[in-house]
Design a protein around this ligand. Sequence first.
Ligand code: GLN
Length: 551
Amino acid sequence: MSKHIFVSGGVVSSLGKGLTTAAIGMVLESRGLKVCLQKIDPYLNVDPGTMSPFQHGEVFVTDDGAETDLDLGHYERFTKTRTDQACNFTTGQIYSSVLNKERRGDYLGYTVQVIPHITNEIKEHILRLDTADIDVVLTEIGGVAGDIEGMPFLEAIRQLRHDLGRHNVMFIHLTLVPYIRAAGEIKSKPTQTSVRQLREIGIQPDLLICRTERPLSQEIRDKIALFCNVEPDAVIEELDLAHPYLVYQLPCVFVKQHVDDRIVQHLQLKCREPEMDEWMAMLEPLENPSHEVEIAVVGKYIGLQDSYKSIYEALTHGGIANDARVIYRKMDSEEIEADGAAMIEGVDGILVPGGFGERGIEGKVLAIQYARENRIPFLGICLGMQTAAIEFARNVCGLNVANSAEFDKDTPHPVIALLDEQANVVEMGGTMRLGAQECRLAAGSKAREAYGNDAIFERHRHRYEFNNEYRSRFEAEGMAFSGLSPGGKLVEVIELPEHPWFVAVQFHPEFKSRPTEADPLFREFIAAALRNRQAVAPACRTGRGGRESLC
Ligand code: GLN
């Protein structure tokens, strides 16, 4: 059936295993192969949905409503595949499934053990993606080789190579080859140690991808190949990129070093040469854009790049679609709360992303008021839409103390409130309004114009909704409800027709955005920000963010 590639990591975490896996998936897809990507996480949470963004970064949501690891976002941005519930599983899910089976008596009196019961469960989970129409399943193993909690996963993939045969399974190991400044040398020892750890448990990598800040000499490649027992041209260099937004160059880095050829050879795949015209055309405006635009992202998890991963990527995609480089002014909403909205001065557009809890809300309200009053293009996402509603209620409708019931249960004006079906929810995991939902867009609205369609499906992750009791009051003051759920019960999009571009959405358009096809709202938001920039004389800009804040 399908062939399997397993990507493990060595030496340290944060080497970009998700990006590397995604880029390999892209290259195989460009050779006409059907791929499917999955991530295994070795933690005990059933999914990352209950984790703080500071612990885990962004929670990526799939069409079928799974709350997953942010690496699935990379998979969807690099390849044309759509991930689902089966594409991310954790130790927590594996144990929960095994324990349920044990309680049901499925193990017929046997002692239930890590080997074979946990490893068999892992193998079954991996093989769920193995279907007749998928040529290659790429599985990324979270964590670092040698971690105690990752052992059952490595043992399971070792067994899979035995079960399925050498030419049906390939092991790729992503490792670090550090440059030691004091010695002026590149060191291969950490990679040797990491590969030795894999070999101790029976895994011999077929390909080594070496993250490095300096180019690898032939001498060091030969040394790594000899000590790690791989062929010299199976040592691949993955040099640090000049800027994080250049991650989309990664597939080219791999094609240049024939990573795809080695995979095709090892797995005995029959396919064409890579066809990357569309991808290469996308890289041109990314690398050499004609314009520049500065966007304020006002959030409260701003210190951690990964918390708003898909937002930053979707902004980059909007930039590519407009031949513009997006410069981010990352703004902590609590600082705006303390120092006032003047801090935002000079930006070309303002984005308020999603979030949970009361902290930083007032700063977001101030930023939105600034965008509305100064006619600066604004895109609000999820909590960003909810805070836009609070701002409008307070400052336009005169409902001074309006709030969301999430932040003030006793507010006399809960313009954002819980739906009845959410009011009785007790368990926190997996119980929000999740996944792709249909939204109908009003004729003549900016959202309808952007999407070019009356009906759209975008992904959701929230508990609270716009309170319909306030709809007519808002409409009377100039707010348009331009996107509603079928039947009209739930508000999905609000916008201000009299403003140059003020659109806020209850869903998360960032999740479906791709570099070669920006999400329509991000594309139009950046277009509006560019128009705004071109209308304002350069001297009026403070440029606080500047090039150094390039993301
Ligand atoms: N906290 C809000 C809710 O639960 C918004 C969630 C979000 O921004 N993803 O409705």
